[in-house]
Design a protein around this ligand. Structure first.
Ligand code: CP
Length: 315
């Protein structure tokens, strides 16, 4: 693996290997007073975020620091991007300054792919690029941490029926998960109003439904998506009230799920919109497990990209 740009590049073996590696990192750190491994000593990792983030940016920083990397955070608002410097010049500057990995979030779909091309040296070397969310396109480490959470809660994903609910149109989380969960053997159903499904969804490895109440009893897990108002130019159809009534996961709907079924949300949550206040805090909700798994998954990804395979990764 040279970069992590999309879950569509991951084979089943590669994805399973990353989840196994994440669990090895978790085990290696469990019970330690000092959570510090020497794995990435001397390596420089830079987060480059052109959109807001809490979970992704912080967990990559924690992951890098727990592996002894030098971690540098660059945000668009505090960098020379604010003076008009182009994305190309910014990432080439960070490469020249010594980045071994660039972890990039950008509002443009395809930005991570473009950055990988811009920063490749003539001999094919250059920093590893990790897509931390590019527009409405992909968020591969989110899907990996979701898959790890599902595997821990449900066992194997083979044959499991996973519902992804809500604003699929604007969700990079949905696309990355649809492909990864299918690669890992799950049956994925997108549950959304027609207006919040992307053109070309018929090419995804999923089925589609518009009826949340009918689907809930059939699911092993339900992944609620945030309504991404910031990508909607001021309004969307159905209205927010109608959306919440038809697609919000409230207490009544939670009771339609099988007893062992779990509820995921990538965060940040809009409580009262796509997920009820008490549902978000229920024992079936895995929201904070997802965050914890995110650190270990990001350790595994950094390890795989910067060190390679064949090593235990926890020395
Ligand atoms: N799930 C996720 O990407 O959250 P942040 O936007 O807080 O990073």
């Amino acid at each position: 693996m040279r970069h992590l740009l999309t879950t569509q590049d991951l084979s089943r073996d590669e994805a399973t290997g990353l989840l196994d590696e994440a669990e090895r990192f978790e085990q290696a750190l469990t019970g330690r007073e000092v959570r510090k491994l020497p794995t990435l000593r001397g390596r420089t990792v830079m987060t480059v975020f052109y959109e807001n983030s809490t979970r992704t940016r912080v967990s990559f920083e924690v992951a890098g620091k727990w592996m002894s990397a030098d971690v540098i955070n660059v945000s668009a608002s505090s960098s020379s991007a604010g003076k008009g410097e182009s994305l190309r010049d910014t990432v080439k500057t960070l490469h020249a300054a010594g980045a071994d990995a660039l972890i990039v979030r950008h509002p443009a779909s395809g930005a991570a792919h473009q950055i990988a091309a811009w920063t490749a040296d003539d001999d094919g070397a250059g920093p590893a690029i990790i897509n931390a969310g590019d527009g409405t396109h992909e968020h591969p480490t989110q899907a990996l941490l979701d898959a790890l959470t599902l595997r821990q809660r449900l066992g194997s994903l083979d044959g499991r029926r996973i519902g992804i609910v809500g604003d699929v149109l604007h969700s990079r989380v949905a696309r990355s998960n649809a492909h990864l969960l299918a690669t890992l053997g799950a049956e994925v159903v997108l549950i959304a109003p027609q207006t919040l499904l992307p053109v070309g969804v018929d090419q995804w490895p999923v089925t589609v439904s518009h009826h949340l109440d009918a689907e809930l009893p059939t699911l092993d897990a339900v992944m609620m998506l945030r309504v991404q108002a910031e990508r909607m130019n001021g309004g969307f159809f159905p209205s927010s009230r109608e959306y919440s009534v038809r697609y919000g996961l409230n207490d009544r709907r939670l009771a339609l799920l099988d007893d062992d079924a779990v509820v995921l949300h990538p965060g940040p949550m809009l409580r009262g919109m796509e997920i009820g206040y008490s549902v978000a805090d229920s024992p079936r909700a895995t929201v904070l497990e997802q965050v914890r798994n995110g650190v270990h998954v990001r350790m595994a990804v950094l390890f795989r990209l910067l060190v390679g395979t064949g090593s235990p990764g926890t020395q």
